[in-house]
Design a binder for this molecule. Structure first.
Ligand code: 5AD
Length: 345
């Protein structure tokens, strides 16, 4: 196994059989996680970066078959934060030590270009030492440009799967795989630190699809990669499918760290949701970011992408002291900085 991970780290491309062995082969997975941890320590030491996640709206025009806030789900009570509410979240987060704010939301028609730009510039004006990350889905290139000019630093847009036929099984026909890929390229060209990512164990995903995801990451080289297990949501067409496995998710996190040693990789909320120690295990498998929830407490339950989504305790910004403690237990240290990606050599 280590001959393969050494080659990954060196930037080699692997054959299908080699990838298949790494993803589903019968070898000691702790050894893989150890190699990934070596790679993360080489560039980031024991640093763990924190991001304050503000879920600004759960209105969404999309109908992703896996997602609890899809437009067809009439059981969601929809909300949208005001600029004042978002700024209040940032104020609380700043006092707690957050230096990155992530504004995430469904594709909400109310989020007109100028409104978002205004919120971004208000945050940057008040907190010039903070990074702003946007995660608002697919938009015309022009919107991404305007938000970048307003001061946004980073953008998260998971590719979800790098296999077109698989993408089409997870989304309705009006959501096009090529448009998602085009958005990612636009974000990158504009100058954002760009985040891609995928779910592990989504319906119809096999090892072939995961290999395609790894090859996509190897080629696109995003600065950030979000990876979490698929978790069914009761009000979606995929309610009956099993959740992705913890081990498989950790393997994909580790392989991503080895493929992109300098990437910012969160130990995702979904990972923390399927196992009480999921987040710590993610850190030990190569993740170096955690994103506690900074949304107003009264709306947290409504941003329900999947069942039982964790949003209290250490998943909540108020639980930061406890989070720091468990990060330390795992052998790392939460640092209060913007936490930008280390530069390419
Ligand atoms: N299980 C796990 N992750 C999900 N997401 C959406 N729905 C689910 C689910 N049921 C992820 C998607 C999306 C991100 C915001 O949340 O990958 O990009």
């Amino acid at each position: 196994m280590t001959d393969l991970t050494d080659r990954l780290w060196a930037g080699d491309s692997l054959s299908d059989d080699e990838w298949r062995y790494l993803i589903e082969g019968d070898y000691e997975k702790q050894a893989l996680f150890h190699e990934a941890d070596k790679a993360r320590r080489r560039y980031y030491g024991t640093d763990v970066y924190i991001r304050g996640l503000i879920e600004i709206s759960n209105f969404c025009r999309n109908d992703c078959l896996y997602c609890g806030i899809r437009r067809s789900n009439a059981n969601v009570s929809r909300y949208r934060l005001t600029e004042a509410e978002i700024l209040a979240c940032c104020g609380q987060g700043y006092a707690l030590g957050f230096r990155t704010f992530v504004l995430q939301g469904g594709e909400d028609a109310y989020h007109i270009t100028a409104w978002v730009a205004g919120v971004v510039s208000a945050i940057k004006e008040k907190y010039p030492d903070c990074a702003v990350t946007l995660s608002l889905g697919e938009r015309p290139r022009r919107d991404y440009e305007i938000w970048y000019q307003a001061g946004a630093d980073r953008y998260l847009l998971r590719h979800e799967t790098a296999t077109r036929s698989h993408y089409e099984k997870l989304h309705p026909p009006e959501q096009a795989y090529l448009r998602r890929m085009e958005c990612l390229r636009n974000l990158r060209e504009i100058g954002y630190q760009t985040g891609a990512g995928f779910m592990v164990g989504s319906p119809f995903q096999g090892t072939e699809e995961l290999i395609a995801d790894m090859r996509f990451l190897q080629e696109f080289r995003p600065e950030m990669v979000g990876i979490g297990p698929f978790i069914p949501h009761r009000d979606t067409p995929f309610s009956g499918y099993p959740a992705g496995s913890l081990e498989r998710t950790l393997i994909m996190v580790a392989l991503t760290r080895l493929t992109l040693p300098k990437a910012l990789i969160p130990a995702t909320t979904a990972l923390g949701t399927i196992h009480p120690q999921g987040r710590e295990m993610g850190l030990k498998a190569g993740a170096n970011v955690v994103m506690p929830n900074l949304s107003p407490a009264n709306v947290r339950g409504q941003y329900s992408l999947y069942d039982n989504k964790a949003c209290t305790g250490q998943e909540a910004a108020e639980g930061l002291t406890a989070l720091k403690e468990s990060v330390a237990q795992a052998g790392y240290r939460v640092v209060e900085s913007r936490g930008d990606a280390v530069q390419a050599e």
